[in-house]
Design a protein around this ligand. Structure first.
Ligand code: GLA
Length: 740
């Protein structure tokens, strides 16, 4: 009997009640089982989340030592001392909520083959309904959960907490891995053992949600996280706005840590009128018995197949104008850059900030112009059409930068509609970048129309625009919506993102093909919540190759290379002022979606030739990098002076191996790196890419078994064989492996 994703109903004989109709709900993926108990008239309980269960495991009336905790604990039905996932104030002021299962769990199959299991609960005394959903896809290891809370009554109720999901995690030796950082230093990896107390990971930016913290975490259940072994739960809250993840280790009688994840409820009580529904964003979960690598690959595969815009398509190699010319946009510079990137084999040119605004509001610096999305004809006399034509002449595609949720107070839009900005009543305006930048009120449908129209106008007038870099450079500066009424001001953070979602849905419905990058002062929007509308993200404004090794490593735990924009830039790096070898810069950029972020006209012939070669090499391995399976081999955080990773084609016919030396000291001994993910029985021929040595590596062109490479790795010289003046401190290697 196949019990996968099937409801198992059993009749239980209970001592005091003659017969209780109990229903077990089994939701499963190839690597995990979630077993719930949905007893009519009782709260939904979670019996198990972890390794796949067999039919007999499920059929046994009670799972020995199961969690048997409420699956979506409500404040009030549990004693107040306990944590909860949802709380609400009823219309009569009652602060308690009871949620009991009603009806039978239902399963619905969606268009893309996903199956959604829904369990409905209701408060027995008050008109509140909560539907708990679980979604799985055939062959995918990810399981999503989210809820819908409905006010079935005639009077308003107010939600004061509304998590997407809750998971009890058995205590033992559980470690948490999370990601933290800041602008230009995003997605650093932190790991800690869970200790008594509550660990809170949250975001309060309002607009961008992944600079300082990420809404993705990993729990390793058997000690510190390991790439290849051990039980690991990966969790990602898929949301665009403020969130809160809580990991509790209470010292009460329970043997479980609690993991709660949802929209941040702080300053955000949400009132539901009669008949209204509050839908929480999905929480995606993966369980694996095979370490962090398996969890990452599961997220990447699912993301490419089901979440990321055009996730299974290869991305073009591009030149972005920002670090090359900043706001000094003009026709000759744009034409020169297009010609240069085309001559280096690139496929797309993206004109960044600085092309719009007119007269006094021309975007000559960051204090003006946002909101006025008309081309500055002083800079670009032939307008966008001139640029599109130029791109066509060079046989490349054209892309453009916008920041449509934002406004400068120095803009025509602000002169005409000061009521469109977020600002608190009776307070002085708070402004950000350039001293004049504010956030538009996305809760306002008129603003939503304006933002949609920015994209609609560009893409209608210039259908050749193939790529949009969508930026967002300030947080909500002040809590206040000029659109929301006084008694709904606390809806601001949630309604901003509902408005954002509406706009993005409209854009994607009308323009399904255009590529869109989620940029937000670099990596401020690296979250699965964005990626259904976006093809990729700008990983960081920091393009320094050495620092990128750490940031991209962190990013790789949950996000696939195809979405991770990674550009070659100049030295000294514009942020760190560090000088790193061009080879390292190219090699690191080639671990993600390769691009260039510089002024090619300032490069010498050797540099241009090297980049041309790197672009050609990348094209050869692009399908493996962008659609292959990632194996992290050696972490830069291990402090051994190296970092190494590889991508392997799904059929294991090909792989790309990267090795970066991060420590330039003399005579340091670096560990030899074993490969992973290859077919042990196949023979692989090794070719070095982006080679600068005068002579090839000893094993160039040689063939090794997958088993040998995974057991032993290859001995990599940590210096180049080059003329002395060409020697550099930070050696790097890229090896292509092709199966015979
Ligand atoms: C942000 C982005 C940069 C660039 C500038 C333009 O900082 O992250 O890549 O587009 O804005 O102003």
């Amino acid at each position: 009997m196949n019990l996968n994703k099937q409801t198992v109903a059993v009749i239980l004989a209970a001592a005091s009640i003659p017969f209780v109709y109990a229903e077990k709900v089994h939701v499963s993926t190839p690597t995990s089982s979630l077993l719930l108990e949905a007893n009519e008239g009782a709260p939904l309980c979670i019996l198990h989340y972890g390794a796949p269960l067999t039919a007999s495991d499920i059929e046994s009336p009670q799972l020995a030592g199961s969690a048997a905790q409420q699956a979506y604990p409500a404040y009030g039905s549990l004693r107040p001392e306990y944590e909860h996932a949802i709380s609400c104030v009823q219309s009569d002021g009652n602060m308690t909520l009871y949620l009991n299962v009603v009806g039978t769990p239902a399963k619905v199959t969606e268009a893309d083959g996903a199956e959604v299991t829904t369990i409905t609960m209701r408060d027995p005394q008050y008109p509140v309904e909560v539907i708990v959903n679980y979604r799985t896809w055939p062959g995918e290891n990810v399981m999503e959960t989210w809820t819908e809370t409905v006010n079935l009554g005639k009077k308003p109720i107010t939600l004061t907490r509304y998590d997407s999901g809750y998971l009890p995690i058995r205590r033992g030796d559980v470690w948490l891995t999370n990601f933290y950082g800041s602008w230009s230093n995003e997605t650093r990896v932190n790991q800690e053992e869970l200790k008594p107390g509550v660990k809170v990971i949250h975001n309060h930016d309002g607009v961008r949600n992944s600079h300082t913290a990420h809404s993705e975490v990993l729990f390793s259940l058997d000690g510190p996280l390991d790439e290849r072994s051990g039980r690991v739960i990966g969790a990602a809250l898929e949301y665009t706005g403020n969130y809160e993840l809580r990991v509790t280790t209470h010292t009460d009688e329970y043997a479980y840590h609690g993991f709660y994840a949802g929209i941040d409820p702080e300053h955000s009580p949400y009132t539901l009128g009669a008949g209204e529904t509050f839908v929480t964003p999905p929480l995606a979960l993966v369980y694996s018995d095979n370490g962090a690598g398996d969890v990452s690959r599961s997220f990447h595969r699912w993301g490419r197949n089901h979440r990321l815009a055009h996730g299974n398509d290869l991305r073009p190699i591009l030149l972005n104008s920002w670090e090359g010319v900043y706001m000094d946009i003009n026709e000759p510079a744009m034409a020169g850059m297009m010609k240069d990137i085309a001559s280096m084999g690139g496929e797309l040119f993206v004109m960044d900030d600085g092309w719009f605004g007119e007269g006094d509001y021309a975007r000559v610096n960051d204090s003006r112009g946002l909101g006025d999305w008309t081309v500055d004809t002083n800079k670009l006399p032939h307008g966008i059409q001139g640029l599109v034509d130029e791109a066509k002449k060079n046989n490349i595609k054209f892309g453009i930068w916008i920041e449509p949720e934002m406004i400068n107070t120095q803009s025509r839009l602000f002169d005409e509609h000061p009521e469109y900005v977020l600002q608190a009543r009776n307070r002085q305006q708070e402004k950000g970048r350039g001293g004049t930048q504010m956030v538009l009120d996305m809760a306002n449908p008129k603003v939503q129309d304006i933002v949609f129209t920015v994209v609609d106008t560009l893409l209608t007038k210039y259908p050749e625009i193939a790529y949009i870099k969508w930026d967002a450079n300030v947080p909500v500066m002040q809590h206040g919506s000029q659109y929301l009424p006084a008694d709904r001001q606390s809806h601001l953070y949630v309604d901003f993102h509902k408005g954002f979602a509406k706009v993005m849905d409209r854009i994607r419905e009308k323009y399904p093909d255009v590529l869109i990058q989620a940029c937000a002062s670099g990596g401020g929007r690296v979250n699965w919540g964005y990626l259904p509308w976006f093809d990729e993200f700008w990983t960081s404004d920091d393009t320094d190759a050495q620092q990128r090794v750490y940031m991209q490593w962190g990013t790789s735990y949950f996000f696939p290379a195809v979405a991770m924009a990674s550009h070659i830039s100049v030295v000294p790096n514009h942020g760190t002022r560090r000088v790193t070898p061009l080879k390292l810069r190219a090699d690191v950029a080639m671990t993600g979606r390769l691009g260039l972020e510089l002024q090619p006209k300032d490069m010498n012939d050797d540099e241009k030739a090297f980049c041309r070669q790197a672009v050609e090499n990348y094209k050869a391995v692009r399908p493996v990098v962008q659609q292959g399976d990632l194996y992290r081999l050696y972490s830069p955080y291990d402090g051994k002076g190296i970092s190494s990773l590889m991508y392997v084609a799904p059929d294991k016919s090909e792989a790309v191996f990267y090795w970066f030396k991060l420590d330039g000291d003399m005579m340091t001994r670096f560990p030899r790196v074993r490969m992973d993910g290859l077919d042990p029985d196949r023979m692989y021929t090794v070719t070095e890419l982006n080679r600068i040595d005068n002579t090839p590596l000893r094993f160039e062109g040689q063939t090794f078994s997958g088993k040998y490479l995974m057991d032993n790795g290859l001995e990599l010289p940590d210096r180049y064989n080059v003329d002395w003046d060409k020697q550099t401190d930070l050696t790097s290697r890229v090896l292509r492996l092709q199966a015979k």
